[in-house]
Each structure stands twice: as C-alpha cells, then as structure tokens.
Ligand binder design. Sequence first.
Ligand code: HMG
Ligand code: MG
Length: 302
Amino acid sequence: MNYPKHVHIVEVGPRDGLQNEKQEIPAAIKIELINKLSAAGFPNVESGSFVSPKWVPQMATSAEVFAGIARKPGVLYSALTPNMRGFEGALAAGADEVVIFGAASEAFSQKNINCSIAESIERFRPVAEAAKANNIRLRAAISCAYGCPYQGAVPTASVLDCLQRFADLGCEDVGIADTIGVGTPAMVYETLAAAAKMFPVERIAGHYHDTYGMACANVLASLEVGVSTFDTSVAGLGGCPYAKGATGNVATEDVLYMLHGMGIETGIDLDAVCEAGQFISEALGRAPHSRVNRAMAAKRAG
Ligand code: HMG
Ligand code: MG
C-alpha cells in the first residue's frame, strides 16, 4: 500500500477526552497534562472549549488552563468555539487555532449546539471571519458522519454537504468524525474517498471514537485514501456528553504504536505519551483505556 510517510496527530485528550468526565478535574491537572503532551512532540494539542459552562461544566476552566500552560514554540494550542462568545474567549486566551463544530445529522446538531445545521453555519460565519481577521487558524469538525445516536443512519451526502459548507467558510482543515464509534473501514473508505474528491485530502482529518473497537481499523482505512491527519486521545479518554454511550476517542498510544510499526513517522515520543496517559489515568482513578499503554506498562513491570 502507498501509505503517507508522515502522519500529523492532533492530541484531543485535554478537550474531547476530559469534557465527558463527571468529576471536577482541577485546572492544574489539565495544565500538567497539556505540558506533558506538548513535551511529547504533538504539533497540536486541543486544550479546551469556550462553550456554555451549563452545557459542558468540565470545560469551564479553559481560560485558566490556557493561561497556565507552558507554551512550547511551534505547538498549536487549539480550542472549540461554537459562536462569537466562544471565539472571544479563545482569542483572549491566546488560542492558536479555533474549531467550529457542526454535524451531519440535524438531530445531533439540535442536541449538541441547540440549533439546526443551517443555523449553526450562520453562527460559524462570523467566527470564521474573525479567525481570518486575527490570523488564527480555523478548523472544523463534522460530527455523526457515520451514524447518529438520535437519527440512526447518516447519508454520506449529508457529510459531503456539511464539508462543502465548511470549505465555503474557509476552514483550513476539516475533521470527519465518528462521534459514536459505529463506522466500519468500508464506510470510512467510501466517505473519505468521496470527500477527497471535493476537498484537499491533506486537509481532511479522521476523528474516531472507539465504542465498537473499530477505530484503529478506521485509521488504516483512512490512510489508504491518503488521509494523514488524525485526532487521537491520550489513554483513550473521552466521549461526548450529548452522545450517550459513546466511549473515548481512539487512544493516541494505540495509533502511534500502529503507525510507528508501519514505518510512518509522527515526530511523537510514544514512551512520553504513555507516561502522560498514566498520569491522567491515575488522576482519574483508573487504568488507561489504551491497550498499548497497558501492555507497555506490563512489560516494564515484568
Ligand atoms: P444556547 O443555550 O442555545 O445559547 O446554547 P444561548 O446563546 O441562548 O446562551 C445560553 C447561555 O449560555 C447564556 O448564558 C449565554 O451567555 C451562555 P445565561 O444567560 O443562560 O447565563 N453562552 C456561553 N457561555 C460561555 N461560552 C460561550 C457561550 N455561548 C453562550 N461560547 C451553545 C448554545 C452552543 C452555547 C451550547 O449549546 C453549547 O455550549 N454547546 C456546547 C456543546 C459541546 O461543547 N459539546 C461537546 C463538544 S462537540 C464534540 O465533542 C464532538 C467532536 O469531538 C467531534 C465528534 O466526535 O463528533 C468535536
Ligand atoms: Mg469527538
């Protein structure tokens, strides 16, 4: 196979990973996690969300987190921004990249951001303009590309329609997300192959939750299309508060082990990521949800 030689990993653990945790995690722990992740070599660490604290209480500390991190030159510290209020928060916090997040499913759009897909695009338009005016990178995420917890099946045409809207807003990168982790490699291949015909493949990212254990297989299917950017979460943390039953993102450790084993570079130190995964899992009082992390820990112990 003609796989990409280099893969770009966006570490989303501090945001997608922690947003679903019920226990209040102190900002100091989030800051230490982000510092460990930037030291491990990630080019982009999704560090928080500027959303309503009533909707996602765990992200209410995002301004404090951004203010406390030790910024490593060259690393993009990104944040989710659903509207102008969120953009202003991200701008004040010094986020390097903002993420607007829509959905390929009307039902999910309503549950997650309380508006229709069309309304969400109108809310994102001034955010996109403000990002350009302030020289902040603009990324987008399309939720429920492979299935919706409320609507069920999601037609590929809805994903492509959403992608076109984000392309028209001038997004530099667009992530196509399996929010509830139901996609299979054939679905991923078909959707990404169609997406790559209308948007540059090097600007498409794969974002997979691992609910059904398909996420690494879906990364591989994406590589076959030529997609070379993935959102992953240290220790497999995560879930979406508005997608019941969905588990964490694909574990960063598992993706790195697979890619490095295939001779694909990432520039990221797997041992350092395992250490960060142990750190945050201990803080949450459980073992990492990453097979690679657990296997490497067992090997070290043995
Ligand atoms: P709304 O209630 O329709 O908005 O929520 P509103 O404008 O009527 O405001 C309601 C209240 O929120 C007001 O406060 C606003 O000031 C406040 P009140 O007057 O009641 O005290 N508010 C804000 N506060 C802080 N920051 C803001 C903000 N905006 C309004 N930016 C809204 C609409 C979008 C705000 C809400 O639905 C929301 O915050 N949703 C966020 C949901 C979320 O974060 N979900 C998880 C992230 S998406 C995800 O995980 C998927 C992804 O990983 C990809 C994948 O896997 O699919 C990206
Ligand atoms: Mg997600």
